[in-house]
Design a protein around this ligand. Structure first.
Ligand SMILES: C[S@@+](CC[C@H](N)C(=O)[O-])C[C@H]1O[C@@H](n2cnc3c(N)ncnc32)[C@H](O)[C@@H]1O
Length: 272
C-alpha cells in the first residue's frame, strides 16, 4: 500500500509498516507467544488494579498506538474506559470497526503522535510503541502531565539500550533475530539493511529505518525513562525480560539468555 503524505517520514513509515491488511502478530513476540502474552496481561492487570479504587470510578486509560486493539480488549476486560490512539489511519479505522459497539472505547487517529486532544487520565500505556517514537523521552514526559494524582505510566516491549548490554546479550539478540529472518524469506534485503545499519546509515525514505526507529538504532534508554519517572511517581519498576519473534528462540532465551527487552511500571503519580 503506497501512502506517502509527504509531510513527516515517521508518520509515513508508520502507515506503510502498519497499512491495510497488516498483521501485527508475526513480528510481535508479546502477541504471538502465549506465555509471554499472559505474563504481560497479568502485569497490566496488576498495574491497573488499584486505579480508580479511591472514589470507585472506572479507571480511564490512554493507550498510545493500540494497533488492532489486542490490549484495548484486555483493558476493557479489566474494567477500564479506554482512549486509544493510532498514528496509522488504517489501524485507527480497524479499531473503530472493532469497538464500534463499545461506548467505553474512544479511538483517536493521531497523525502527529502528540495525543493533544486527550483529557487527564488515570494511566498511560505504551505497548511496543516507544521504540517507534523518535523522541520517546519527550513523549513520556508529555504523557506524565496527563496522568492524575495517584495514576500510572506503563510501558512494555521495547529493546533495552544497546550500549549497556553485554556482548553476549547483543549476540543472542541479533543471532535469534537473523535466524528468524532467514525463515521469512527476505534475507537478502535484511542483510543489505544490516550492512547499512552497521555503517550507521539511515534513510528517511526507507520505512524499515523509520518505522522501528530505535530497534534499528541503539534501543530505548530505559534508565533515562526511569529517571524522569522517578521524579514524578512514588514507585518505578524497570522490568527486563527476554523476547524474540521465533518460538524456539523465545523458549531458549527465557532459559539461557540475558534480557533484551524491558517494561516499566510507574505507580502513584505524585501531586503536581
Ligand atoms: C508494534 S505496534 C504495537 C501495537 C499494539 N500496541 C500492540 O502491542 O499490539 C506499534 C503501533 O504504534 C503506532 N504508533 C507509532 N508511533 C505512534 C505515536 N506517536 N502515536 C500513536 N501511535 C503510534 C503504529 O502505527 C503501530 O500501530
Amino acid at each position: 500500500v503506497a501512502v506517502t503524505d509527504g509531510v513527516d517520514p515517521v508518520r509515513t513509515a508508520q502507515q506503510l509498516a502498519h497499512g491495510a491488511g497488516h498483521d501485527y502478530e508475526p513480528g510481535s513476540p508479546h502477541l504471538k507467544h502465549a506465555g509471554l502474552h499472559s505474563w504481560l496481561v497479568g502485569e497490566l492487570r496488576n498495574a491497573l488494579g488499584g486505579l480508580g479504587a479511591v472514589d470507585g470510578h472506572e479507571p480511564e486509560v490512554l493507550e498510545i498506538g493500540g494497533g488492532h486493539g489486542t490490549f484495548t480488549q484486555t483493558l476493557l476486560g479489566a474494567g477500564a474506559r479506554v482512549t486509544v490512539t493510532e498514528m496509522s489511519r488504517f489501524s485507527a479505522d480497524r479499531l473503530r470497526e472493532r469497538f464500534a459497539a463499545e461506548d467505553r472505547v474512544r479511538v483517536v487517529y493521531d497523525p502527529d503522535g502528540n495525543c493533544s486532544p486527550v483529557e487527564p487520565v488515570d494511566a498511560v500505556l505504551y505497548l511496543s510503541v516507544l521504540h517507534h517514537i523518535p523522541d520517546y523521552v519527550d513523549a513520556v514526559r508529555r504523557s506524565i502531565a496527563l496522568v492524575r494524582t495517584g495514576g500510572a505510566v506503563v510501558t512494555f516491549q521495547d529493546p533495552l539500550w544497546y550500549p549497556r548490554q553485554t556482548r553476549f546479550a547483543r549476540c543472542a539478540d541479533r543471532g535469534s533475530y537473523l535466524a528468524w529472518r532467514l525463515g521469512q524469506g527476505n534475507m537478502r534485503r535484511g542483510l543489505s539493511t544490516a550492512m547499512r545499519r552497521l555503517r550507521g546509515v539511515y534513510d528517511p525514505g526507507e520505512p524499515s529505518d523509520m518505522a522501528e526507529y530505535h530497534v534499528v538504532r541503539d534501543g530505548v534508554d530505559e534508565m533515562a525513562l526511569q529517571r524522569i519517572l522517578e521524579d514524578q511517581f512514588d514507585s518505578v519498576r524497570v522490568i527486563p525480560y527476554w523476547s524474540s519473534q521465533a518460538g524456539w528462540a523465545q523458549w531458549l532465551g527465557e532459559r539461557l539468555f540475558p534480557a533484551n527487552t524491558f517494561g516499566i511500571v510507574a505507580l502513584g503519580r505524585k501531586r503536581a
